[in-house]
Design a binder for this molecule. Structure first.
Ligand code: GLU
Length: 425
């Protein structure tokens, strides 16, 4: 067992809040964080739970439950996505809100952290039902969001259309158009060029930096990606274009493998037409779990939490893991990976490209001046390269793994700001 990684009891392993807290406690202890600040930063500052009705297409009234958790606003307005899923829990949203605080601090952008969720099955709802649910959820949390308060964005099962509805609902209440209340909007209503692919682009940048750091050539480096949604498909495409060989794509319903590399342009096209990657002809079918544990240089979990756990971490063959998703590796799995000397680039660094581009979108909306895509990409890449450098240097200086280094760096930055601002009482 590595002395530099935390542990949590096995039965709590897959609770994201426990996973977040275990890493936070370990990093705070390493930092010798003042006990008061420790307590302050360990808990979210506001948790909103709303129960609200929506009229369904058949005229029935259905009740929904939504959350918005605001973890910390020391460094700026809260920032973080909203996810729609049948199994969203308060603990999950809590963890994700804290991760947003640390993520924004790691890339040094002026935001705190928040996250939202609505318990629903978006795949079984019509567009009209989704719109009414989104608008009512927005109106339930409207007093707590705003360009200077809390700025939502897309997350699992939400997209630019969801953000357009939130922006419109908020604007109707304010009696004026307020584009900067959310990010990840469509381009013609205040969205930013480069935002849709930004998380995938960030994954590619830190993947390249990791290879450089470990002296492995990019050309031909073998990648397996779990998840082929917005993050996974964009990361796959950009990495293929950068010279990586994407040998595997694992999805919920099955995976694809081709030792010579999968043509990602063709696969994106195929999934668009078939709503699944299964049946794609230029690769062989392989069960996803087996695929993720196959030989490769980089493994990129890019879907949801708890993909690499104590049950499979020992079988990971990748030299590098770049976490495109939030919380894909449990704290217990971290220890196993550390023993195997797997180089893990933690979620709060490797998927921070999305929120970094969100920051650019918020800035552009407030300026009313929109940047060329090349500028967005260049600024994004530069921030992620610098942040990667900060994290690996911190890890070397403090003899901790990258994840703990990223937490320490982030906690240090937030704690410093709180000390400067002082406690209002
Ligand atoms: N949902 C994304 C994340 O987890 C983006 C958040 C944002 O842009 O505010 O980082």
């Amino acid at each position: 067992m590595s002395p530099t990684t935390p542990t949590v009891p096995l039965d709590q392993e897959i609770n994201p809040w426990e996973a977040q807290s275990a890493r936070f406690d370990f990093a705070a202890q390493k930092l010798n964080l003042d006990e008061g600040l420790w307590k302050l930063l360990r808990s979210p500052s506001r948790e909103i739970i709303v129960h609200f009705p929506v009229t369904m297409d058949d005229g029935r009234i259905e009740m929904f439950t939504g959350f918005r958790v605001q973890h910390n606003i020391a460094r700026g307005p809260c920032k973080g996505g909203i996810r729609y899923a049948p199994d969203v829990t308060l603990d999950e949203v809590r963890a994700l809100a804290s991760w947003m605080t640390w993520k924004c601090a790691v890339v040094n952008i002026p935001f705190g952290g928040a996250k939202g969720g609505v318990i629903c099955d978006p795949h079984k709802m019509s567009k009209g039902e989704l719109e009414r649910m989104t608008r009512r959820y927005t109106s339930e949390i409207i007093d707590f969001i705003g360009p200077e308060r809390d700025v939502p964005a897309p997350d699992v099962n939400t997209n630019d259309q969801t953000m357009a509805w939130i922006m419109d609902t908020y604007s109707m209440h304010m009696r004026q158009t307020v584009t900067s209340v959310v990010t990840g909007k469509p381009l013609n209503i205040g969205g930013s060029r480069g935002r849709v692919e930004a998380t995938g682009r960030g994954v590619m940048v830190v993947a390249i930096e990791s290879l450089r750091y470990l002296n492995i050539p990019v050309e031909g480096a073998r990648v397996i990606i779990q998840g082929f949604g917005n993050v996974g498909s964009n990361a796959a495409r950009l990495m293929m274009e950068a010279g990586f060989k994407v040998v595997g794509i694992a999805e919920k319903d099955g995976g694809l493998y081709n030792a010579n590399g999968i043509d990602i342009h063709q696969l994106i096209e195929y999934k668009y037409r078939n709503e699944s990657i299964l049946g794609f002809r230029n690769a062989e079918a392989m069960p996803s779990e087996e695929l993720m544990m196959s030989e490769c240089d980089l493994l990129i979990p890019a879907a949801t939490e708890n993909v690499i756990t104590s049950r499979n971490a020992a079988n990971v063959k990748a030299r590098i893991i770049v976490e495109g998703a939030n919380g894909p590796t449990t704290a217990v799995a971290d220890e196993i990976l550390a023993d195997k000397r797997v180089f893990v680039v933690p979620d709060i660094l490797s998927n921070a490209g999305g929120v970094t581009a969100s920051y650019f979108e918020w800035v552009q909306d407030r300026q009313g001046y929109f940047w060329k895509e090349a500028i967005v990409n260049e600024q994004l890449e530069s921030i992620l390269r610098d942040s990667f450098e900060d994290v690996v240097r911190y890890s070397e200086a403090h003899a901790v793994n990258n994840r703990i280094a990223a937490y320490m760096l982030a906690i240090d930055r937030v704690a410093f700001t709180i000390k400067q601002r002082g406690i209002y009482a």
